[in-house]
Design a protein around this ligand. Sequence first.
Ligand SMILES: [Zn+2]
Ligand SMILES: [Zn+2]
Length: 336
Amino acid sequence: MTEIEILRCHACNMPLVLGDGSTIKCPGCAAETPVPETYRELQRARHDEPALRAQAETELRRLARPPSVIVQVLARCLDLPMMAFVMLFGIPVTLFAVLEADKANRWLAPRLHLASSNDVPFGYMVAIICFLMLVIAFVPRAFGVYANRRATARSKLVAALMARPPETPGGPSTCRGCGAPLEVVPDATVATCSYCGVESAVVVDAAVAATVERVVRNLGKTMGDAAEIDRAERRRTLHMLVRELGRYTFRTVLLGIGFALGSQETADKKSTPLAIVALVATVLLFIFFMLGSGSASAKDDAETRRAGNDIPSWVGIVGPIVMAWLMFKIVAAVAF
Ligand SMILES: [Zn+2]
Ligand SMILES: [Zn+2]
């Protein structure tokens, strides 16, 4: 963007929208200001193109569309600190596994070529607990984190696309690129700057405008450029999701294998040396992971990524408790 000087009314100094004619009538004092020759080229390039504007408005509508309420509620309930997940879901899952252990062991024994269900090593149950935790807690959490990151990135993007406030109260909104006054066609949601050609959003969902602080960003000239930036952000967020899922799975499998190894026994029901080493290592590893997730959550984007979620934050406290209570109910119904 090259710096273009904004024409001002020669009588009252009000910034003017670059029109089509050889003079511009000031909306403030009605004086006619002549358009210098150097601006004529600009005038020819910047005439309002309804087809282009319609295209920009479609892009903006797509970018400004908030996620569905269901997605937002789930994101509120699932994007919890890891510790909360372990407390809320770990307890019902463990309870379930312990209560159902007998049934599971009876099922497992013949498949492991063991004589009775008592011979099934305890570690298998721990491995199953790890697997259940992965499926019902860690994977949904990763998706909750993803949904919140996307919603926040979107509302920040849209906030940055908005026209700047008028220079004088009651005056026209100004260009997000160069600050020139904008001429808004009635019912239009996008206005193209008559000076620099940048498209600004002039009508945006009030919720988006209110919840997100406005940061001036270089999002390119058009809504199409902004959509391209949004797609790149989505790809990055998806990569983060895949990495997080990979990390959860790797850790859970590691702990599962560790506990399973830790429960290896000799024929006379004594732990093998390998089992003792594996058990100690696994417990240490578990503590290490918990401490690690604690210090990681202290410096991750938890606070900022949840900012774009319109659902009140108490839902994020009540929702998981209700979900945990339901799980207890299900556990009780299955086990007793
Ligand atoms: Zn004037
Ligand atoms: Zn501009």
